[in-house]
Design a binder for this molecule. Sequence first.
Ligand code: ATP
Ligand code: MG
Length: 627
Amino acid sequence: MSYAAFYQRSIDEPEAFWAEQARLIDWERTPTQILDESRPPFTRWFTDGRTNLCHNAVDRHLRERGDQPALIHVSTETGREERYSFTQLHEQVQRTAAMLLALGVGRGDRVLVYMPMIPEAVFTMLACARIGAIHSVVFGGFASVSLASRIEDAMPRLVVSADAGSRGGKVIPYKPLLDEALRLSAHQPDAVLLVDRQLAPMERVPGRDHAWETLAERHAGAQVPCEWLDSGEISYTMYTSGTTGRPKGVQRDVGGYAVALAASMKHIFQGAPGETYFCTSDIGWVVGHSYIVYGPLIAGMATILYEGLPIRPDAGIWWQLVEKYRVNVMFSAPTAVRVLKKHDIEHMKRHDLGSLRALFLAGEPLDEPTARWINEALGVPVIDNYWQTETGWPILTLAHGVERQPAKFGSPGLPMYGWRVKILDQATGEELTEPNKKGVVAIELPTPPGFMQTIWRDDERFVRTYWQGIPGRTVYSTFDWGIRDEDGYYFILGRTDDVINVAGHRLGTREIEESVSSHPAVAEVAVVGVADAVKGQVAMAFVVPREAAVLEDEAARLRLEGDIMKTVDTQLGALARPARVRFVGALPKTRSGKLLRRAIQAVCEGRDPGDLSTIEDPTALEQIKGR
Ligand code: ATP
Ligand code: MG
């Protein structure tokens, strides 16, 4: 079947199409109700089915491939390197499940995971799935304020963490950040479970904090069966970068997600059971959830969990792992490739990469020079794919039968099966059917399996945020601009909202602004993302100081710049730190008082700021230019 026919069937006969895909996983009760559209825009899949993600990722493979590798952990930070077969993973996950149960965690309870890239993090996620607890993984690079807001929203019964992470050989203590977050948070978990990697000293709070090692010893050999869950129960929540204030807890189901991942492993990533998958993302992002943990394991593949930088001990490390573990499918981000590109190509070429069939890249626009460079270096297809935390798996890429068609540089490809992708005029909601017309990339109902169920505890916000932005239509807005060319290929042109993408990490301008303005010397601030050759974007902060005298005093400006950077470091993490802080007397605003971020950004990047008819004080923009 051609891809076009395959896609069309998913659109014309969604129930038949997805009922077929549902056979890729095990069900305790096979669904007979495939699609429930009774409460738009909430789409429910496989409603009367019962299954379990952990069963599909682990138990199901025991008989046929119990001895084959399931989880391969490599840390170039600590030198730890371990392999777990499916049987060993099954043991570890059951033991962890017994530990969670002993700490009072049950079905529907939340478990917040704030952990580095170590096997215990994966055991915890799978153990939650096993007993029907809801995990909420928070990226380890976040500091206490970001962590606190997520703890307050998720209201976990348990927090699982570790003494420290490590980056580039530098130990980053987690426990003090967690303690500070818990001090700030109105919600308190019943218990905290701590892995001691012996990287940093840890203070333990008696009665609340438990040692992983002690509990693990107590529960060695435990047998904990999978809890069969309704398809529509919640598997996890995870937070977006929170551009618009309070972070949105993207909530996902069990059955739809399992089917979506199994289908994507078959039709998009095309990995076979017994093969090896290497995704270089972090478990704190959606890519890590879908394609480090659940997707590859559901497909019966070994998955590599890598802690470390791509260039340490040298830029050959990933390719050394590809050779050593015979990696078949790899998934990374353009920013990582840009880092590698600064190093000698021989680092890649000296390794035997013969096992590798494809490299998938996602997370940000893949520019042509980067795509060409990595394509030449590897000699395998480099496949761009476009999606979001909300969608759970790719919306646009190349798949099933079209893999050998030429990819178009700069385009992530075609709509994937199940996704009804439209380009809409943002002002009128009208569909732009003619090729090469720029509009908002939107998705029509019904959304396919794997798509978010709602925003955690906030259906109303889900509807308002995603489904009411385009006049006259109930469509999901991706908040990205795009065009479709005459061959049906899509191109993503940027965001309709304000998020900064620093080296592949999403940071909300709003979150950084809030942090900067918490400094007592700051009166007002605007943060914008400015193009950067290496990191994609960096944050620039324009600050109106409380004391105008600062503007005239270079030493004071330098001191305050350093101070503000430190504030952001401790509140949000070093990733969010503005590359530069500049001081101005006023910020450009509209007459209605809204910051003209887009204009500031344009000026910083040397572009025309566009229509300024609504600006209140044009001299404010002149000041930005002067800085
Ligand atoms: P928030 O929703 O909180 O503002 P975010 O949108 O930055 O956060 P993600 O869901 O991780 O968080 O990122 C999805 C976005 O990343 C897409 O909407 C798009 O802007 C960008 N993106 C992802 N993949 C690609 C790609 N292949 N090409 C171009 N842009 C991409
Ligand atoms: Mg987004």
